[in-house]
Ligand binder design. Structure first.
Ligand code: MTE
Length: 328
């Protein structure tokens, strides 16, 4: 979020312009934080102190059907860090359409995911709109354990299930004019109230993008599951992008459209604050965010309560052997 847009509006008493629900959230959000934007929302996990009803609801939110015909890709069967506890990962999320703090898992249960279609369009020889089930059948599903690094300097290790993006690229055959891809997330203002800390309009739907050669790299992945099961809504059900060498905001959730284009597409955070959230956004410990260092990260692994260990951040999040040549 660019401070430039927010600052003038903050002069207006917030209770006059936000609903009570988001006014309350916003007060919590602002407490202890400076600035705004994705880098500012570092609220503690609310796991401890949850009622039994909340715990049951949380369990239902991640205890989903197992994915069938899932194989593990041996090249990505482990990293040198433990996999993050599933409960922690499923209640510490960024999904700004549903709120501006980390505890949006329950709000995200309002996301309607059935039926779901993904339109693949633009500069391709074979445009196609896939029903989600067709997509899952068209491309063999595999599990990959990837490091996950948020631009906010927290990190996890997550076992995603899905298929490499290059398989979709091969299926739709981009034309020679296609140089970029644009991902568009689902948006419906009826169920998605937004982060609550903004007073102006935000450029929904959430969009992200890649260069075509980045999308065709073996690491680029469409996830339809996590921990061997279908993707919970808070993680971006039913299909989201996972790009482990880039900051997490590049991985658009709940994708409805994949469009092949000639020019670099406009993307959500980049359009709001280009100096803070670049289009390429590769993990880089030597390039600080304007408001914090990226040299280390807060690695979240074990529950039940949120704790983190400070760890070194690696260039390309440790995936240089796969992707460094793209940026030579
Ligand atoms: N996609 C959409 N549609 N909306 C979002 O707010 N947040 C991004 C990314 N994808 C976001 C999104 C950011 S900032 C991060 S770090 C990751 O999702 C978080 O993914 P997770 O909640 O599954 O860990």
């Amino acid at each position: 979020m660019p401070l430039i847009r927010i600052a003038p509006s903050w002069a207006i008493p917030e209770s006059q312009v936000t609903s009570e629900r988001f006014y309350t959230n916003r007060r919590r959000f602002l407490k202890g934080l400076v600035g705004a934007g994705i880098g500012a929302s570092l609220l503690p996990l609310t796991g401890c102190g949850q009622s039994e009803t909340e715990k049951t609801a949380l369990k239902a939110s991640y205890d989903l059907p197992a994915l069938k015909n899932l194989s593990q890709n041996p090249a990505f069967s482990q990293v040198n860090r433990p996999v993050t506890d599933q409960i922690l990962a499923s209640q510490y999320n960024n999904f700004y359409e549903f709120g501006g703090n980390k505890s949006i898992w329950s709000n995200a249960q309002d996301l309607p995911t059935n039926p779901w279609q993904v339109e693949v369009t633009g500069l391709v020889k074979n445009p196609k709109t896939y029903d989600l089930d067709d997509l899952k059948k068209a491309f063999p599903l595999e599990e990959r354990i990837y490091r996950f690094r948020c631009v906010e300097a927290w990190s996890m290790v997550l076992p995603w299930s899905g298929f490499p993006m290059r398989l979709l690229v091969e299926a739709v055959e981009p034309t020679s004019e296609a140089k970029f891809v644009k991902f568009t997330s689902y948006y419906d203002s009826e169920v998605m109230p937004g982060p609550g800390f903004h007073l102006g309009s935000l450029p929904w739907p959430y969009t992200e993008g890649l260069r075509l050669e980045e999308m065709a790299n073996d690491l680029a992945f469409f996830a339809v599951g996590i921990y061997g099961k279908e993707l919970p809504k808070q993680h971006g059900a039913p299909i989201r992008a996972v790009l482990p060498w880039k900051y997490g905001f590049k991985g658009a959730k709940s994708i409805v459209k994949v469009e092949f284009v000639a020019e670099e597409p406009t993307t959500y955070w980049h359009s709001l604050a280009p100096n803070e959230y670049g289009f390429v956004a590769n993990v880089n410990p030597n390039k600080p965010h304007p408001r914090w260092s990226q040299a280390t990260e807060r690695f979240i692994s074990e529950g039940p309560d949120l704790t983190w260990e400070e760890r070194e951040t690696f260039p390309y999040n440790g995936y240089g052997e796969y992707v460094a040549s793209l940026y030579g």
